[in-house]
Ligand binder design. Structure first.
Ligand code: SAH
Length: 217
């Protein structure tokens, strides 16, 4: 498991986090095991490291946030399916925490971020942590990333007002997508399946993500 071992999080912090996740309905053993090992404190500002294992979303600079561990776990759990775990696309790299979790479950992770300094910062962090199966792309997530398509799964971690057609077109047949969709001003988490009979859409939860914005900055 790269250079992240259970010793790197105090066992107390790790146990508390995993117990809370279980209580809130996270059941997937692989997701729980990975989340018990990834050092969330490395992804937040040094001043906030004392709160890294709490259940809060936290600021990561550039007006963006790292999602709460519960939402990360929930969205990850919704992406897992046996036998089609080769290739995943994430929209909204942010600090890279979600991408690192995905990289332990999927063969290859492609993740797209639109804010250049955040992309640069996270690229450096992931390089220093020695993640080899994550490709970071500086670009507009509405376009996805065709070069590595088609994907078994797509996760959006910024909230769009429509399901982007371009992203659906980059999914494999039977591929799935998890996204926080803004419906008339309130966000709902959806799990979508790209079936032969069309797009199947299931509402899962209320969520609160930063909006998905057009273009790069
Ligand atoms: N996945 C992150 C959370 C990221 S917050 C985690 O693990 O904690 C959402 C991110 O989406 C922000 O960094 C924001 O800049 C980015 N974002 C918003 N609109 C985007 C777009 N069109 N393309 C790519 N990234 C986008």
């Amino acid at each position: 498991m790269n250079n992240m071992t259970i010793k790197d999080i105090s066992s107390e912090e790790s146990r508390k986090l995993i117990n809370s996740l279980k209580k809130k309905g996270i059941t997937n053993i692989d997701v729980l095991s990975i989340m018990s090992k990834i050092q969330r404190h490395l992804f937040v500002e040094p001043a906030l490291r004392g709160r890294a294992y709490d259940f809060d979303a936290l600021p990561i600079g550039f007006n963006q946030t790292i999602s709460s561990p519960y939402i990360v776990a929930k969205m990850t759990q919704l992406l897992v399916e046996t036998d089609s775990m080769k290739n995943v696309l994430e929209i909204g790299t942010g600090c890279g925490y979600q991408a690192c979790i995905l990289s332990k479950l999927f063969g290859r992770v492609t993740t797209v971020e639109r804010i250049k300094p955040l992309y640069d910062k996270t690229s450096m962090l992931l390089k220093s942590l020695n993640y080899k199966n994550i490709t970071l792309i500086y670009g507009d997530g509405f376009k996805g990333y065709k070069i590595n398509a088609p994907y078994d799964a797509i996760i959006m971690t910024a909230s769009p007002t429509n399901i982007p057609d371009e992203l659906i077109s980059q999914l494999k047949p039977n591929g799935r997508m998890v996204l926080p969709l803004n419906v008339n001003g309130s966000q709902k988490l959806y799990r979508i399946k790209n079936t032969k009979r069309g797009i199947l859409k299931k509402e899962v939860d209320d969520v609160l993500f930063v909006p998905m914005l057009d273009g790069i900055v």
